[in-house]
Design a binder for this molecule. Structure first.
Ligand code: GDD
Ligand code: MN
Length: 419
């Protein structure tokens, strides 16, 4: 390797805090010896670094990570930036260009213009990468780059498929997080372990390594920021190990985790919980009866709501005419019936305002028609057929509710009647 290149290479290293000049020289020399050899070697390692507004960290982290990667691995680093307004992507591209001549490993930058989100950024990086093993890590020095080598070492030593750098095994720790954040992290970890049957101590880690083949057949949801959790659930047979590390909260820049993180987390755990559960019942008869059963249950709950609300309003506003109290009860119960039927009976998760309003009005119309029909039936059965009131009521309620179920299924929730 020529002297200028060597000096430039060491110059890059100088910008970093714990970069050792001697190590850099040795590495550079080794590189000059093996460059041709390396280029023909298969790539055994890819490091994925997602970034968003990390202009203060990106250069340093690339310096240190590239200096930590074993030459023999013929490693690549893939930075996935989501069009950061602070120019992280540009800085990284500039760095990668320089590294092409002076660096020890290939650095590629993926600039995503239309997509956002940590998990999906990581997934983009994984898909673009070519190494046999993949390491995922943050760009803000929370994840110590020296641990990468330990993870790869552990993977080889124990011949496992996933190595998680863990804050919660013996020797692991967290520095710089307030009590609240620690508590949330612990809580979220417990939820994952209990509901998804995960055994490892830190399934929420953002720092992990895995062998590429274990994700070959996985179809990812990539919601929120817990991609490891998804891998752990979906790569069920994989052998997993944990090694300790010290998570240190960032010194520069800001955390990107905001309020949506919690709802994204709940969504992703719910999806993962359903994952692998037996397929939904396929027989039409069973599905039809199950929905009818739910519809009747909702109807019965409506009676209760109706009674309780009418009673409460009657009791609280003692001047209220009892007919008004009853009407209020009817409105409440119809509304609760509608909501339960939409979400539970017909499993309709599309809650856009317009669609829901149209459905609500249609539902109210059918309910009213049902009530009028029921009244007419009772009148006819008791008056002209001389049936007992109790039996007439039973028959008319049964017929009206079957009709109601079918009408709502077909017209309100737009399902085929027999489906
Ligand atoms: N491309 C991209 N897009 N990168 C992102 C995005 C995004 O939408 N959001 C965050 N990142 C990058 C950040 O630039 C950083 O490199 C890394 O992802 C982690 O983001 P932080 O904002 O620093 O997260 P944190 O420190 O609060 O959360 C950490 O702790 C969690 C454990 O509880 C991270 O290490 C998580 O990965 C980890 O799961
Ligand atoms: Mn961070």
């Amino acid at each position: 390797m020529n002297k200028v290149l060597l000096d430039r290479y060491i110059g890059v290293g100088n910008q970093t805090q714990n970069f050792n000049r001697h190590a850099a020289r040795k590495r550079a020399e080794a590189m000059s010896l093996t460059k041709t050899e390396i280029s023909t070697r298969t790539r055994s390692l890819s490091v994925i670094i997602p970034t968003f507004n990390e202009s203060q960290n990106i250069t340093k982290i690339l310096d240190i990570v590239s200096s930590c990667l074993p030459l023999a691995a013929n490693a690549e680093i893939i930075v996935v930036d989501d069009n950061s307004p602070d120019g992280t992507g540009k800085i990284a591209e500039e760095y990668a260009r320089r590294a092409r001549t002076t660096g020890t490993c290939e650095i590629r930058i993926i600039n995503r213009k239309d997509e956002k989100g940590l998990s999906s950024a990581i997934l983009t990086g994984i898909r673009a990468s070519t190494g046999e093993s993949v390491v995922v890590m943050d760009s803000d020095f929370s994840h110590p780059p020296e641990t990468i080598a330990k993870m790869i070492e552990e993977m080889k030593r124990s011949d496992c498929d996933i190595v998680v750098a863990s804050r919660y095994v013996e020797g692991g720790s967290i520095t710089g997080w307030p009590f609240k954040r620690k508590l949330i992290s612990r809580g979220a970890t417990k939820i994952a372990q209990r509901s998804l049957g995960i055994k490892i101590k830190d399934p929420m880690s953002g720092f992990f390594a895995f062998r590429r083949h274990i994700i070959r057949n996985i179809s990812f949801d990539a919601i929120g920021y817990k991609i490891l959790l998804e891998i752990l659930v979906k790569a069920r047979g994989a052998k997993v190990r944990e090694i300790p590390y010290n998570f240190t909260d960032r010194k520069s820049g800001k955390s990107k985790l905001d309020r949506t993180v919690i709802s994204d987390y709940v969504k992703s755990v719910w999806k993962l919980y359903r994952y692998g559960k037996p397929e939904k019942e396929r027989r039409t008869s069973v599905r039809f009866l199950s929905k009818a059963g739910r519809f009747y249950t909702v109807g019965a709950s409506g009676l209760l709501v109706n009674y309780l609300v009418s009673f409460l309003f009657g009791a609280v506003f003692s001047n209220l005419w009892y007919i008004y109290a009853t009407m209020i009860g009817i409105v409440f119960s119809m509304t609760s019936n509608f909501v339960l039927n939409k979400l539970w009976t017909f499993e309709d998760r599309n809650t856009t305002a317009k669609r829901t309003l149209v459905q609500y009005i249609t539902f109210l119309a059918f309910s009213s028609i049902g009530a009028i029909f029921q009244l007419g039936m009772v009148y006819l059965l008791v008056g002209t057929e001389h049936m007992s009131y109790a039996l007439s009521l039973f028959v008319s309620v049964a017929i009206a509710s079957i009709g109601n179920f079918i009408l709502n299924k077909k017209w309100t929730f737009k399902e085929k009647v027999w489906s």
